[in-house]
Design a protein around this ligand. Structure first.
Ligand code: SF4
Length: 426
């Protein structure tokens, strides 16, 4: 262990809570060490920040909220790459002098790929301004569970444009998205395949996306990922995630031209956003950052309060009137008191008192379905591109009722609001 390393560690631990990543970006983060984020994010907060607190350790302030507050809205549309492992626990001053840290210390420009059209039916529909319905089906824990996915698809395939086949929902290990996606694809419906930065490094991730495209998948939702429930919650480099969502989006975006010429297909890359993450302006900036990185559509965290979504969406859309509308708000259909508690415990989810009150009623399933229609119409009237349906224990007949009625209601809501969607290439 070199003297320089020891001296740097001693001094920077005291001054900045340094975690000795060896590729120091303090000069880009207002002198707040980002490696005190339990996930090790180097490009901004995850979507789970509520009231400026950390999603993983709620007793702590979100490190990135503090950085963004100090930046006071100064736009920084460049990206930091994941730290190099071989530089961890080495002297960043030495790495600065010999240049070993250059690739990961200095931020990189984004690539503009807007001229390359995505090859997905979902992208085409959204580009034409058609209302889209997506459905969340968590991947089962083992192959036996695929028969349940089969049954859901047999009932719903006529009514949905794409299905998110979620991997490791709630942090519980499951089959991968691509395995569940096969059942969805067999029913003639596109899947939205999910990858988490928590679970992959760059090479592994790009290889997996290419493999998934080879299997016929076209839509990809790229997320940082929640903390796994069984993992100890701590601030330490051993627990940093290999990548964050914006790095994944950036890496995929850099490959688009190559994939187009070599494979003849271009993935439709999406990201997540949380309108209830607060402060709201940081959530809005975060989505703008992911869009600059290459995200073309966005699915939100569960929406339980229309005015908050409306305010957030207005900020997201400010000065972008001519851009396509590509935000799909998530809508919880809650038909079980037990699963309502699960919804309430999900990281970063705000559950409005109106839904709590409904869950106290004897006829809570019917009231909850009516509430969901109300939320859906509310978000559509302010311009949402569609809705993403998440089931929390609603009986199949009531899900079907929602899916068979929602397009008609969406059309009425758009007419009421005087909305016109212009076709645009995505
Ligand atoms: S960015 Fe890295 S080197 Fe700089 S203070 Fe944080 S952990 Fe230490």
């Amino acid at each position: 262990m070199s003297l320089v390393y020891k001296a740097e560690k001693w001094m920077k631990e005291k001054m900045f809570g340094c975690q000795t990543c060896g590729q120091c970006i303090l000069s880009h983060t207002k002198m707040i060490c980002p490696m005190n984020c339990p996930k090790g994010l180097r490009n901004g907060p995850c979507g789970g920040t509520l009231d400026g607190k950390c999603e993983v350790i709620p007793e702590l302030d979100c490190v990135w909220t503090n950085i963004e507050k100090k930046k006071a809205g100064a736009k920084d549309l460049k990206i930091h790459l994941p730290p190099k492992e071989e530089l961890l626990n080495t002297a960043s001053y030495v790495n600065l002098v010999n240049g070993k840290d250059k690739a990961t210390r200095l931020p990189h420009d984004f690539v503009d790929t807007r001229h390359i059209a995505a090859s997905s039916k979902l992208a085409d529909k959204m580009g034409r301004g058609e209302f889209v319905v997506t459905l969340e089906i968590p991947s089962p824990l083992n192959p036996d569970g695929l028969s349940r996915v089969e049954k859901i698809m047999a009932r719903t395939r006529e009514h949905v444009d794409a299905v998110n086949t979620t991997t490791n929902a709630g942090g519980v290990p499951s089959l991968h998205s691509t395995e569940t996606g096969k059942v969805v694809m067999d029913h003639g419906v596109e899947s939205i395949i999910q990858f988490c930065g928590r679970d992959h490094d760059k090479d592994d991730f790009l290889g997996e996306v290419e493999k998934a495209m080879d299997m016929g998948y076209r839509n990809f939702l790229l997320l940082t990922g929640d903390w796994l429930p069984q993992d100890e919650r701590k601030v330490a480099q051993q627990t940093w995630f290999p990548m964050d969502s914006s790095q994944m989006i950036h890496f995929a975006n850099q490959q688009l031209e190559d994939w187009q010429s070599r494979l003849g297909t271009v993935p439709f890359v999406g990201c997540a956003a949380n309108p209830f993450s607060s402060p709201m302006d940081i959530s809005v900036e975060r989505l703008a950052f992911k869009r600059a990185a290459g995200a073309r559509f966005c699915q939100t965290q569960a929406i339980t309060h229309v005015p908050t979504f409306a305010e957030w969406y207005q900020q997201v859309r400010a000065a972008r009137e001519d851009d396509p509308k590509l935000t799909i708000p998530s809508l919880p259909l809650v038909g079980s008191k037990k699963l309502f508690q699960v919804l309430c415990r999900l990281p970063g989810v705000y559950v409005d008192p109106s839904l709590h009150a409904i869950m106290e009623r004897d006829d809570f399933q019917r009231a909850s379905l009516d509430w969901a229609f109300g939320i859906a119409e509310g978000v559509i009237e302010v311009g949402a591109a569609g809705v993403h349906v998440m089931n929390f224990g609603m009986p199949p007949a009531m899900i079907d009722e929602f899916l068979t009625q929602i397009r008609g209601r969406a059309q009425e809501a758009r007419t009421r609001a005087g909305l016109q969607f212009q076709p645009t290439k995505v």
